[in-house]
Design a protein around this ligand. Structure first.
Ligand code: MEV
Length: 325
């Protein structure tokens, strides 16, 4: 049996379909080349030990039989509950020492929680020789996220597991379809504001209770633009994809998850010649994305920077969870 393993999983960016995807509509998501790396090691003592400095967790240690119990720091929750789900299911009784590091700030909304959940499940399956397909890793990781958050679509877990650019829906048996893209010249910028996904999902749910028909119609419109967007991206029709991003931004504003800061960044990108721009993720803060032709990219970046946005240089369409060594 292997005693130590290093695995990594990518961060993600939502292209089209956030919020509606929680209510069984489809979305488009791409994996980014900034990754979360996790080292897991089997140890002699029956302990669960975790170092996750990027998530504010240092020197965290507890007996194996106490995993999942007591006060769990926020930054340890996903790795700990995933370990609990795995060790319970596969009757593992050995101690484990884990360390995570991230290429990206947890503030960006790139999905450090889902990436770390996927990483620990991949690492444990390799260490304890439990053969898990990517689909099984995805299912167990999604269950873990739901155990902790009670809500979520799983699109971020799908991106961390499978990588690439995906058409995703959690409706029915869940659709995870990789898209074969020629190019995706995406500009990404951080707003400087940290968004809380769970709170925003709840706020939208409250609005949906008050205005059920309106919100349901918005979700249906978003589903339609995601379906058109999938075809546009596969055909490399970036003009259409950009216009659909603008539509989506309008619907997200109607859901109440826009903000002045994001709107300033988004309008400046459009005015500098982007095909389209929108927020990406839960809204209010985190990142925005813009799609532009190569000759416009520099101008769009400069315009966003002038509004106080911070350009994040990442490549999209990155590979999914993998063993590093
Ligand atoms: C957050 O990044 C995207 C949401 O659609 C939540 C989710 O899909 O889990 C708001």
């Amino acid at each position: 049996m292997k005693q130590k393993i290093t695995v990594s999983a990518p961060g993600k960016l939502m292209l089209l379909g956030e919020h509606a995807v929680v209510y069984n509509r489809p979305c488009l998501v791409t994996a980014v080349n900034q990754r979360l790396t996790l080292i897991a090691q089997v140890i002699d003592k029956p302990l669960f030990q975790l170092e996750a400095p990027d998530a504010g967790v240092t020197n965290y240690s507890k007996p194996l039989f106490e995993i999942g119990q007591g006060d769990i720091p926020k930054g340890a929750k996903f790795v700990e509950i995933a370990t609990l789900n795995f060790t319970k299911k596969h009757r593992i009784k050995q101690g484990i020492k884990i360390k995570t590091t991230s290429d990206f700030s947890p503030l960006f909304g790139f999905g450090s929680s889902s990436a770390s959940t996927v990483c620990i499940l991949k690492a444990l399956s390799e260490l304890f020789k439990v053969k898990l397909s990517n689909r099984q890793i995805f299912e167990l990781a999604f269950k873990t996220v739901l155990d902790i958050q009670g809500t979520g679509s799983g699109f971020d877990v799908a991106a961390a597991t499978f990588g690439g650019t995906l058409y995703y829906s959690k409706a029915g048996k869940k659709t995870i379809k990789p898209l074969n893209l020629k190019s995706l010249p995406l500009i990404i910028a951080y707003s400087g504001i940290k968004a809380d996904t769970v709170t925003l999902v709840k706020e939208v749910a409250t609005k949906a209770k008050r205005y059920p028909e309106i919100i349901d119609n918005i979700y249906n419109q978003i589903a339609t633009l995601v379906n058109i967007g999938e075809k546009a991206l596969v055909k490399n029709d970036l003009q259409t994809a950009g216009e659909l991003m603008n539509f989506d931004e309008g619907y997200l504003a109607a859901l109440g998850v826009g903000s002045k800061k994001l709107a300033d960044m988004i309008y400046s990108a459009r005015e500098a010649g982007a095909y389209g721009a929108k927020l990406s993720g839960a809204g209010l803060g985190d990142c925005m994305i813009a799609l532009a032709s190569n000759d416009k990219i520099q101008a769009v970046k400069e315009a966003i920077t002038k509004t106080g946005g911070k350009i994040v240089e990442v490549k999209v369409n990155a590979s999914g969870v993998r063993v590093e060594k």
